[in-house]
Design a binder for this molecule. Structure first.
Ligand code: TQI
Ligand code: ZN
Ligand code: ZN
Length: 170
């Protein structure tokens, strides 16, 4: 079963914007990043009345996406390879941070990767977008909001538990 953050915070508006504000620490092509996150947002948009549009970094987006290494000023330092992969804050903070030290797989299938620390970017994006929208962790093992995922695996399709949870919020 799904959960929410304390107080069930949500976005007051249906149309949300996002921007890539700090991408210099990661080696993934900007166009690839745009495509991966575009697909991840589309999965939540398909289940809700919400829309997501990418805007320029200086356009005052609702959701800001950045890659950082170690201490990056919000009291939640990243820890290098594996461990914490990313974090996102509850509505309406909008900050979505990813650990630049991960071996992110953004193209091709993470399951074909030879490296044992490969992490599927789209899977993490779908999970963190859930947090950005107000979803907490789920006890349903097939939910994208389930709090663990095995390294080298991919989980991008919303389960009925995720859909029911987000539809109750929006
Ligand atoms: N990051 C944790 C997460 O997003 C951060 C976190 C811990 C958190 N407790 C929280 C965020 C409570 C909001 C509310 O869950 S993580 C996964 C998963 C992480 C983990 O790097 O551990 C994914 C990021 F679920 F697969 F384990 C993305 Cl998909
Ligand atoms: Zn952070
Ligand atoms: Zn989580």
């Amino acid at each position: 079963l799904y959960t929410y953050f304390q107080g069930e915070p949500t976005w007051p508006q249906r149309d949300l914007t996002y921007a890539f504000t700090d991408v210099s620490a990661v080696s993934i092509d900007r166009s690839v990043l745009g495509a991966v996150f575009g697909r991840a947002f589309a999965r939540w948009a398909a289940a809700t009345p919400l829309t997501f549009k990418e805007v320029a970094a200086d356009a005052g987006a609702d959701i800001t996406i950045g890659f950082f290494k170690g201490d990056h000023g919000d009291g939640e330092p990243f820890d290098g390879v594996l461990g914490t992969l990313a974090h996102a804050f509850s509505p309406t903070n909008g900050r979505f941070h990813l650990d630049a030290a991960e071996n992110w797989v953004a193209e091709g299938d993470v399951r074909d990767s030879n490296s044992r620390d490969a992490v599927d970017l789209e899977s993490v994006a779908v999970h963190e977008i859930g947090h950005l929208l107000g979803m907490g962790h789920s006890s349903a093992a097939d939910a994208v909001m389930f709090p663990t995922i095995s390294a080298g695996s991919r989980r991008v399709d919303l389960a009925s538990d995720d859909v029911e949870g987000v539809q109750r919020l929006y």
